[in-house]
Design a protein around this ligand. Structure first.
Ligand code: SAH
Length: 303
């Protein structure tokens, strides 16, 4: 049974403390409203929702009364909204989600293949992904646009750099398309074990260097790969612009290409202007819905 209480910021912790006594799996405090924020997913405003799950097998009615009583006492200090109780069906989310995840053919030659499905569509190179905690299951349009642009641009035997690697999907695809080695970095430390696991699944882990970090670290020679003919950055537009300032454009060799995505159509001009200011020229663009991916080459490039 789900129990939830809407409370303002100050009270939410005290309410959570009460619910925690009855909920073996812990308590969640979530925002009921979020305002957009230029750089990330936004920040919470307004009241909070404190929520917990009670096991239905044992003395549910008694537990419910105890919760109501405890909240009533708390409410004498400061008024509290009454708790809402709702019976819900237990779902094995991991299994339920797997049922909706199928092989996704991408571009001409690739297929993003759930790790647990054996049969690969004929003629396609499988990228096996166990999503874990990191972004990049292959279902997001920005990832697919990057893969489409990469297919014809991977240089056999040459290195690639993947900035903001998440699950590692782009670096792994490049390695499977023939790249010699890859450096994949992410500022989120959770991405690294997830990308490692996927690299092992795809048998490319011996050619993949994974590290926590970003453009600044690569520029400061922290890793053996410092420059490559193919560079991915599937991050949000404001971050791309900032990373250009940190030297993102200098990671590509003359004649090579940078593939940018995570750009909303209305942000495209801003990213292009920043890219041009850093010596890059647009060579191809692709769009899926509101999302745009850009392939950029160094302006002095002979190609
Ligand atoms: N490359 C994957 C994941 C893209 S999601 C794919 O194409 O599907 C974007 C990733 O960039 C996230 O994992 C996030 O942690 C990372 N990121 C965000 N800001 C970053 C920065 N400044 N430098 C490096 N990585 C960053």
């Amino acid at each position: 049974m789900e129990v939830s209480v809407i409370a303002d910021g100050e009270l939410a912790e005290a309410v959570a403390e009460v619910l925690r006594r009855f909920a073996p799996d812990g308590v969640a405090i979530e925002s009921t409203a979020v305002v957009a924020d230029a750089e990330d997913e936004g920040h919470a405003i307004g009241p909070l929702r404190v929520c917990a799950y009670l096991p239905t097998e044992a003395n549910l009615e008694e537990t419910r009364q105890k919760i109501e009583e405890a909240l009533w006492y708390l409410g004498r200090i400061s008024p509290i909204n009454p708790p809402q109780f709702k019976l819900i069906q237990e779902v094995n989310w991991v299994e339920a989600w797997k049922q909706h995840y199928h092989p996704i053919p991408v571009g001409e030659r690739l297929v993003v293949q759930p790790a647990w499905i054996e049969n690969v569509p004929a003629g396609r190179i499988p990228i096996r992904i166990e999503p874990g905690m990191a972004f990049g299951t292959g279902t997001h349009p920005t990832t697919q646009l990057c893969l489409e642009l990469a297919e014809a641009r991977v240089k056999p035997g040459e290195p690639v750099i993947d900035v903001g690697c998440g699950s590692g999907i782009l670096a792994i695809a490049a390695l499977k398309l023939g790249a010699g080695s890859a450096l994949a970095v992410d500022i989120d430390p959770q991405a690294i074990p997830s990308a490692r696991q996927n690299a092992i699944l795809n048998q490319v882990d011996d050619r993949l260097l994974l590290a926590t970090g970003s453009v600044g670290d690569i520029r400061q020679n922290a890793f053996p790969i410092r420059i490559a003919p193919l560079v991915f950055a599937n991050i949000l537009a404001p971050i791309l612009v900032r990373l250009l300032g940190d030297g993102l454009a200098e990671l590509v060799t003359p004649g090579g290409a940078l593939i940018f995505s995570g750009i909303l159509a209305e942000q495209e001009t801003g990213v292009l202007e920043a890219a041009q200011a850093h010596g890059l020229t647009l060579s191809e663009r692709r769009q899926a819905g509101d999302w745009v991916a850009l392939c950029l080459t160094p302006t002095d490039s002979p190609f």
